[in-house]
Design a protein around this ligand. Structure first.
Ligand code: AMP
Ligand code: MG
Length: 497
């Protein structure tokens, strides 16, 4: 364990009030250790909105100590750095102990709105859980995680967030030599399904109970008063996870590595790796180059989420006691997920409530889009603009099969009468983003960042923070909101990060 900082709080620590509740859980849950420094760090990216939410002053990052602190080179007064232990199922197989192999939890701070948020450094060096890894994250994957975190947040999708990325020229070996970076991630908690699986698999039932009580106390207080608090917890996580995956499907987000150690107990999107936002619609699309079996293909995500919830249910079983009670907590996924998906898709279609008619229209549209690999975000945004008055031709021209799209547009016009309510073009515009973080956009920002030009990250962040707006004054925007270039189809993103 490192020395506790005794000097008076520095400017970059000002504003930050630490609570460190996870550290207080005790040694069974984590190992205390300091991040391993990286030489000559430089700023790569910062999120002003995240800084604001944390109550940091606008110029928080200007102090040289801030750069050092968020690279892990200098302790932040009040933090209690640690790496937590968890296990998990990877690609459907029990993997045993994993843990924070390259992440360090600094502790929890009080945010501007009074919420308690954990700050974590990712890529901050070896920990007892690094296994074969080097404890590092490369610049490429750190930029992808930073941008996706903030983009998903702006889309209204539950996610861990990111405060900043710092880089260093220190080499990191992957398929080729790359350079190191550190992302500062922020979330109410980074606890995963895998944390529960860990203690359950080892039959450490006291720890399992303490962890469940901790999560209930801080994040699911309503469960405390339930007849069976642990079954209630499982049911609550099931609800949040179903709602999360429905949002992923609706926006066309693919996580890529839905292992149980990458599933947040709070129903947040967590651990951005080989994720992708859908370009041309393909329900079988596999975004992770390492996922040869397509376990985590787009249309399998809901079933995988349910499978992962079973793993969590299994882990909680010693606390729940009755297998039937665990099953009853998991069962609602089967109705919650489709209901939530239909609702999200109906909103994309301009209806505040789903009906059999909106659901059928969506199914038919997706069949046609899958046949033609129609660009997913562009189709929906153009349909929204059409509902708001743009000519039908802007949608028709996306398709080769003109008879099919004409029939679809005709039934689109008939929907209000069938659904018994008016279509709301505004609702469509608020549920169909103009811009999402497509792979090729991230790739371009990364290519420039490798040349030490971080301007595109900042500009991309600016438009991704307002994903439902048009940004006509922003020069590259039209390009970014348009079709992906041909080379985008050849981008290969693997687990290696
Ligand atoms: P992931 O699938 O990327 O979420 O990682 C699975 C496990 O591998 C986690 O325990 C990570 O902490 C660990 N891990 C991934 N990359 C590294 C690395 N470069 N060094 C150490 N541990 C790593
Ligand atoms: Mg992970």
């Amino acid at each position: 364990m490192q020395d506790t900082e005794t000097a008076p709080a520095q400017r970059h620590d000002a504003g930050l009030t630490w609570r460190n509740r996870f550290a207080a859980l005790g040694d069974a849950f984590s190992t205390r250790l300091a991040p391993v420094p990286l030489r000559a760090p430089y700023w790569v990216a910062r999120s002003a909105s995240m800084a604001h939410a944390l109550g940091l002053p606008e110029d928080w990052w200007r102090a040289p100590e801030a750069l050092e602190a968020f690279t892990g080179n200098r302790p932040l007064a009040g933090s209690e750095p640690l790496a937590s232990v968890y296990s998990g199922h990877q690609f459907g197989h029990w993997a045993g102990q994993l843990g924070d192999g390259r992440a360090i939890l600094l502790g929890e701070v009080q945010a501007a709105d009074g919420q308690t948020l954990e700050l974590q450094l990712k890529g901050s060096g070896l920990t007892p859980y690094s296994r074969m890894g080097d404890g590092r994250a490369v610049l490429r994957s750190s930029i992808r995680e930073f941008l996706a975190s903030e983009a998903m947040h702006a889309l209204g999708i539950p996610t861990t967030r990111a405060l900043c990325v710092t880089g260093s020229d220190q080499p990191v070996r992957r398929e080729e030599i790359e350079t190191a970076a550190v992302v500062t991630r922020v979330a109410p908690s980074f606890i995963r399904f895998g944390h529960f699986e860990h203690f359950s698999a080892r039959n450490q039932l006291n720890e399992l109970r303490r962890l469940a009580d901790f999560v209930i106390e801080h994040f699911y207080p309503d469960c405390r008063d339930a007849a069976q608090p642990y079954a209630a917890l499982l049911a609550a996580v099931t609800r949040r996870t179903a709602a999360l995956v429905a949002q992923w499907q609706a926006v066309g987000f693919m996580h890529g590595v839905m292992n149980t150690d990458n599933m947040s107990i709070l129903g947040l999107t967590i651990d951005y790796g080989p994720y992708q936002f859908m370009d041309g619609f393909d329900p079988n699309h596999i975004c992770n180059h390492s996922d040869s079996g397509g376990r985590y293909a787009y249309q399998r995500q809901p079933a995988v989420a349910h499978w992962n919830l079973f793993a969590l249910g299994q882990a909680l079983l010693p606390l729940i006691g009755e297998p039937d009670a665990a099953m009853a907590a998991l069962e609602p996924f089967k109705t919650l997920y489709p209901a939530e998906y239909d609702r999200r898709m109906a909103a994309k279609l301009g209806f505040a409530r789903a009906s059999e008619h909106t659901a059928r229209w969506v199914r038919e549209a997706l069949v046609l889009m899958a046949r033609e690999r129609t660009d997913y975000p562009i189709f929906w945004r153009r349909l929204a603009r059409h509902a708001a008055g743009a000519p039908a031709e802007t949608v028709r021209e996306l398709f080769l099969d003109q008879a099919a799209i004409d029939a679809l547009l005709l039934s689109f016009k008939e929907l209000p009468a069938l659904a018994g309510r008016a279509l709301e073009p505004d609702l469509m515009l608020k549920n169909n983003p103009t811009i999402v973080l497509r792979n090729h956009l991230a790739e371009q920002a990364i290519a420039q960042a490798k040349l030490k030009n971080f301007g595109m990250i900042e500009e991309l962040l600016r438009v991704l923070e307002n994903p439902f707006d048009d940004h006509p004054a922003h020069a590259p925007y039209t390009d970014w909101a348009g079709f992906p270039p041909d080379w985008a189809a050849h981008i290969q993103i693997s687990c290696s990060s």
